[in-house]
Design a protein around this ligand. Structure first.
Ligand SMILES: [Zn+2]
Length: 62
């Protein structure tokens, strides 16, 4: 029996053909918690840093 990835409670695996419900979470609440983590940035991909809009003073040597 799988465990809820959020709270660790045992989750009853749904039978084939039956609606999944909140699986693999124990409840819809835990499912929402997981979704919230995505928006919270825990799983977010680091974005590229914006380049500073300044001219390089060392440019034009010679
Ligand atoms: Zn849970």
């Amino acid at each position: 029996m799988p465990d809820c990835p959020i709270c660790g409670k045992p989750v009853v695996k749904p039978t084939p053909g039956a609606p999944r419900g909140a699986y693999p979470f124990c409840s819809d609440r835990c499912r929402q918690v997981d979704l919230g983590r995505w928006f919270d940035g825990r799983y977010a991909i680091p974005a590229e840093e914006a380049e500073p809009d300044e001219d390089d003073p060392r440019d034009g040597r010679g």
